[in-house]
Design a protein around this ligand. Structure first.
Ligand code: HEM
Ligand code: HEM
Length: 160
């Protein structure tokens, strides 16, 4: 169960990142050309938001019981805050992930209400850039000291 959730959470990160880049590219091009905010923009926005929601739901399941590292952090109590690795998983990854979900949801809901297509493109592009920056900061990239993980889920994933 743990390994399956972790593998899907790890892979889904790529779908989230690719969709974010596509949404930003279309937002920027739409802003510059002044073209309409069309059905494709709307579908891509919904797909991006859905991928983030699913990612956060999987993350919550990992956080609230499946992940041994989070359980260890919880058991360590206050001491976990002084341990960089435990604090990363218990607090930083969780809070930044939730922030991404809130940001992306607010961007979609508010963009729909904006009066012009250029305003929609601009708001979506800027909001999605902000979400992408937070995601880059929270992902346990392989080059990150101590918390780094591989770019693709490894077969020994359950040994974490
Ligand atoms: C943890 C529980 C979840 C909450 C609280 C939540 C909340 C929301 C909210 C507030 C919106 C914006 C609705 C609007 O446009 O007015 C939304 C949209 C959406 N959510 Fe979630 N969501 C959750 C889980 C999920 C999951 C698990 C998925 C996918 C499997 C998902 C997929 C989507 C999609 C695709 C949209 C865009 C719909 C659209 O605008 O066409 N959500 N969600
Ligand atoms: C857009 C949001 C998110 C992205 C891009 C993301 C990405 C990742 C990545 C790449 C990993 C490493 C997977 C591996 O070891 O192969 C991971 C692990 C994990 N994530 Fe997320 N995550 C997100 C949101 C969340 C949220 C909101 C939570 C908690 C509510 C969460 C909880 C976890 C946990 C508990 C682990 C595994 C720790 C372990 O047992 O090793 N994630 N995440």
């Amino acid at each position: 169960m743990y390994a399956a959730f972790l593998v899907v959470h790890s892979l889904l990160r790529w779908a989230v990142l690719v969709l974010a880049v596509v949404v930003i590219a279309r937002g920027v091009s739409g802003m510059r050309s002044g073209r309409a905010f069309d059905a494709t923009d709307n579908k891509l926005g919904a797909a991006f938001l859905g991928s983030v929601h699913l990612q956060v739901l999987l993350g919550l399941a990992l956080h609230l019981g499946l992940s041994p590292i989070v359980s260890a952090a919880m058991a360590a109590g206050g001491a976990a805050m002084r341990d960089k690795v435990l604090r990363f998983w218990m607090v930083e990854h969780l809070s930044m992930g939730l922030l991404v979900a809130v940001l992306v949801t607010v961007v979609r809901v508010r963009a729909k209400k904006l009066p012009t297509d250029v305003a929609k493109h601009k708001f979506v592009a800027l909001g999605t850039v902000a979400a992408l920056v937070v995601m880059f900061a929270m992902i346990p990239w392989p080059f990150r000291p101590r918390v780094g993980r591989s770019l693709l889920p490894s077969p020994t994933v359950s040994a974490h």
